[in-house]
Design a protein around this ligand. Structure first.
Ligand code: CP
Length: 298
């Protein structure tokens, strides 16, 4: 049985993830199979900026003929003291079935879920630095599109894992899918103590024979002081074309975006033939359609 909300990856099982990947791939293969969910409603409430997540959820809802509602937070009654939970219950009374929420606090959606009195469903669109499950799902889809046997791949995360909600959800997703070969390479200051990851400061060794490389953006907005100079970071810790040669010849390069060209990834790699960054963005649309179908019909 599906959990009422999608707050963390552990709200999903391995069969749930595989079913979502399958649904997204089928929707992409045959858009005539896209169901009509009118007059279901999908509300978007973003307390932090977003391009990919917010816009792909909006477009996913529109393709499903749902009614998309984008909260203008400054002009809403939150400014008069209404709580977010009361606002969501108001949305529910007006016909919104699913609320997609991004917030800077790690446990925002978790706490919100306990306060709701209506049947509205929450989808976490990024909370603090710990959870971004829909990004992890579209990343799984992007890997599945390019590689077989996800549990056998050598996957290397590069860069600021300490502040990356994308990485945390991705690690959980890969654990659910049975991959125990996750690696991370980056400055020791960001080293993870997650026992599921092999950590290293040796980039050439970490990238050796990699199947998938995921670059992570330096999350300046979640640090008091950034300990690195952007001008030197690429040469010290970023993914350059030369370093990419250490990976398998058919390795793919992912980046959840937004990318900082010339910092965590060289422009020629981001735009190169092994890059799947554009495919990740496209998959955001199909995966979020699959999610809206799942949470509207559960
Ligand atoms: N990857 C991601 O969450 O991008 P946005 O911040 O643009 O939504």
């Amino acid at each position: 049985m599906t959990d009422q909300h999608l707050i963390h990856m552990d709200n999903l099982s391995q069969p749930d993830i595989l079913e979502l990947i399958d649904t997204a791939q089928k929707l992409r293969q045959d858009p005539s199979k896209v169901p009509n969910l009118f007059p279901r409603g999908c509300g978007l409430m973003f307390f932090e900026n977003s391009t990919r997540t917010q816009h792909s959820f909006y477009l996913a809802a529109a393709r499903l003929k749902m009614i998309p509602l984008v909260a203008n937070l400054e002009r809403s009654s939150l400014s008069k003291g209404e709580s977010v939970a009361d606002m969501l219950d108001t949305w529910s009374a007006l016909g919104i079935d699913v609320a997609v929420i991004r917030h800077q606090e790690n446990t925002f959606c978790q706490q919100l879920a306990q306060q709701l009195k209506s049947p509205i469903r929450l989808i976490n669109a990024g909370n603090g630095n710990i959870s971004h499950p829909t990004q992890a799902l579209l990343d799984c889809l992007s890997i599945h599109d390019n590689k077989t046997e996800l549990d056998q791949l050598k996957i290397v995360l590069m860069g600021d894992i300490a502040h990356s909600r994308v990485a945390h959800s991705f690690i959980q997703a890969m654990a659910l899918l049975g991959n125990t070969k996750l690696h991370w390479v980056g400055p020791a200051i960001w080293q993870s103590d997650d026992p599921r990851i092999n950590c290293s400061q040796d980039i050439d060794q970490a990238l050796s024979d990699a199947d998938v490389i995921m670059c992570l953006r330096i999350q300046h907005e979640r640090m008091q002081n950034t300990p690195f100079n952007d001008n030197h970071y690429l040469q010290e810790w970023g993914l350059t074309a030369q370093r990419l040669q250490r990976a398998k010849a058919d390795a793919i390069v992912l980046h959840p975006g937004p990318i900082n060209r010339g910092i965590e990834i060289a422009s020629e790699v981001a735009d190169g033939k092994q890059s799947r960054i554009r495919q990740q963005v496209e998959n955001g649309l199909w995966m979020r359609m699959a999610l809206l179908i799942k949470y509207c019909s559960a």
